[in-house]
Write a protein that binds this ligand. Structure first.
Ligand SMILES: Nc1ncnc2c1ncn2[C@@H]1O[C@H](COP(=O)(O)OP(=O)(O)OP(=O)(O)O)[C@@H](O)[C@H]1O
Ligand SMILES: [Mg+2]
Length: 405
């Protein structure tokens, strides 16, 4: 009994401590998944999307919409907000509208996307087992029987298209010509502007009946966005006045990404809270920036294929010795490592490609410094924190075996 009681006290203490945050009133409001009720500087995009989709309330098929803009420009938040409002109105006036949002990076097969859409039409299908064409049949029947205007938002469609091609888009878009009752409208969302070119011309023209562009935010706009969110998320006086402008300026430098700005602000608050500091100050933002960069580097490095990791490790070792590395030095160090591991090795040409990939990912910086008879020589330095790279590399057992070679 005694221990039961002390445990209860323990929880009580923990919870009341959590409730007594000096910094936050409601941290949730800063989480990346939270959909705010208003989106400043997106009035035009919200109005355009809402007006395109509003004809569904009169039982007409809205045009398909293609939405694009760089990461963190509010595309997902805007679509979710418009869907919410549209559904509320449809419920109110009993319009036969179904609006379903699917993130195709998470639901990353045709099967899973279709199952999700079917689910919103009230048709349950098993996780696996049916053929994809059976799912198309069931979807066709469901829309036909219900007679609903079915609006399907497919977010991050570049993931789906890269993995499985544009078959899903093609087949969904074509279904309308055979439906007698009910219609399907697609809202395609992406931050990959190159995607458009890779689509089948028919898909391209039909998906692009309407286009909405989300431009990046500038520092001033990010500041206002953060202020709005901070007002409800932080205690009064918990933020020093320089904090929001700094987060906004840092995120504006990285192509006006509101997610980045919010991540910085939230993480700075969390660090201040963890340190029991009274206020969030610019130093906490600096720490947040470091931590976030570490997290990103770790996430990128830990998902690299083995040989890319080995190339990276070889590069780190040379840089450690000499301050910088050349492609030739890296390849020969790499060969030492694979020999120790007793595994197959890749060609030096492939190694050079990997170095370029690591450059594009922002991990290494590789510049052509001379062109000789044996091709170009690149000088390589590290673009990111060595600690973060090493930490991520060490998670791989094979790498762990040769890290001290
Ligand atoms: N105008 C805005 N006002 C308030 N918050 C915003 C605004 N624009 C974006 N946000 C917030 O910024 C974060 C990123 O926005 P969102 O997820 O909509 O970006 P996105 O354009 O979908 O990016 P991605 O292409 O990476 O998916 C979210 O937390 C969102 O709530
Ligand atoms: Mg998004």
């Amino acid at each position: 009994m005694e221990s039961g009681k002390s445990q209860k006290d323990l929880f009580e203490d923990l919870f009341s401590k959590a409730l007594q945050s000096r910094i936050f009133i409601n941290r949730e409001l800063l989480s990346p998944d939270y959909v705010p009720q208003t989106l400043p500087f997106r009035e035009e995009q919200l109005a355009k999307l809402a007006s395109i989709l509003s004809v569904s309330l009169k039982n007409e098929r809205p045009n398909n919409v293609f939405i694009y803009g760089l990461t963190g420009t509010g595309k997902t938040a805007a679509v979710k907000l418009v869907f919410k409002k549209l559904k509320e109105k449809a419920d109110e006036i009993k319009a036969n509208v179904v609006a379903v949002y699917v993130n195709t990076r998470q639901k990353d097969t045709e099967y899973r996307v279709l199952a999700e859409v079917l689910d919103s039409l009230g048709v349950k299908v098993p996780f696996t087992g049916l053929s994809v064409s059976e799912l198309y049949n069931r979807l066709f029947k469901a829309v036909q029987n219900k007679g609903s205007i079915t609006i399907v938002a497919l977010d991050e469609i570049d993931y789906l298209v890269k993995k499985h091609g544009d078959d899903l888009l093609y087949r969904l878009l074509r279904m309308n010509s055979e439906l007698q009752r009910g219609k399907i409208t697609i809202v395609g969302i992406t931050n990959d502007l190159k995607l458009i070119d890779s689509l089948d011309p028919r898909v391209k023209s039909s998906l692009g009946e309407e286009e909405i562009v989300f431009p990046p935010y500038d520092a001033e706009q990010l500041k206002k966005i953060l202020e709005e969110r901070a007002r409800l998320a932080f205690r009064e006086g918990a933020l020093s006045p320089e904090v929001i402008p700094l987060c906004a300026a840092l995120a504006a430098r990285e192509h006006g990404d509101a997610r980045k700005a919010l991540d910085l602000l939230r993480t700075a608050g969390e660090i201040a809270e963890r340190n029991n500091d009274e206020k969030v100050e610019t130093r906490h933002v600096e720490m947040a920036r470091n931590q976030l960069e570490h997290d990103t580097v770790e996430a990128i490095v830990s998902t690299l294929p083995l040989h890319s990791k080995l190339i990276l490790l070889a590069t780190l070792k040379i840089i450690e010795e000499k301050g910088k590395a050349t492609t030739g030095e890296v390849y020969s160090k790499y060969l030492d490592l694979v020999k120790k591991l007793g595994i197959e090795y890749i060609t030096s040409r492939r190694a050079t490609d990997i170095i370029s990939e690591l450059d594009m990912l922002g991990i290494l910086d590789a510049r052509v410094t001379s062109r000789g008879r044996y091709g170009k020589t690149k000088t390589i330095t590290l673009q990111t924190s060595k600690e973060a790279v090493l930490k991520a590399l060490l998670k791989d057992e094979l790498i762990g075996a040769v890290i001290n070679e």
